[in-house]
Design a binder for this molecule. Sequence first.
Ligand code: PTJ
Length: 247
Amino acid sequence: MIPKNHPRYESLMTRELIVEGVEKGITSIHGLIAQGRGEAFDYLLGEKTSKNALKAEKVAAATLLLAKKPVISVNGNVAALVPAEIIKLSEIVNAPLEVNLFHRTEDRVKKIIKRLRSLGAKKMFTKTDALIPGLSHERGKVDSDGIFSADVVLVPLEDGDRCKALVDMGKSVIAIDLNPLSRTAQCATITIVDNIIRAVPNISKFAQELKSSNEEALREIITEFNNKKNLAHAIDDIEAHLASRQS
Ligand code: PTJ
């Protein structure tokens, strides 16, 4: 039991969620490594949402609201860390969820779908009747009505290959990745360099605020955004945080 007054309470609780996810058969054992890597980058970023991340979160909300067929991809880490929050976002922006795993097993897919449904997820794509071109059979399995035909896909904690394959299909890919140097971060259309724990509720908040905006106003938010610049700012944020710790 982690005491609430522990100085690293939130970070340790997040770790507990991932461990619990592995124990329940929802999260891949590799998810522990991914979380550790994410934690290291979060530490370097000061464990807070930067101004630049907030900007990307707002652009992500506008992109999801403008999309004709948005889909949110859920993996084992997402299902462990933010299941209720991702369902809420899915409802606000009308983007059904689709379980799409890197280390795919049918058992884990079923368990994640069951968990999401038990928490109230209604709109989900659950077929696997299509393949993302350029990926191995297991990793490329998707729903023809879901990720395969989506125009915008939100892929939190994705691997670089799949992100690239989705971009190559002509989709707008929104990635959430604490590592601004990862292949996913570099290839996505919009990269949110923030912890998924903070990012998903922030996107939902922006989506609520922007829901009544007209198409032109939403387009303006998107056109002003430059992902390469935003990634460069994320690296500046790490440098600035490290410099502040030296003085
Ligand atoms: O459930 P599966 O089988 O689909 O597997 C999911 C993981 C995440 C294990 C798989 O996709 C994987 O191995 O991912 P990688 O290649 O380790 O990449 C994960 C990326 O997410 C890394 O760049 C991490 O820095 C980042 N990351 C980890 N935890 C968080 C995070 N980004 C945001 N928030 C986090 N909590």
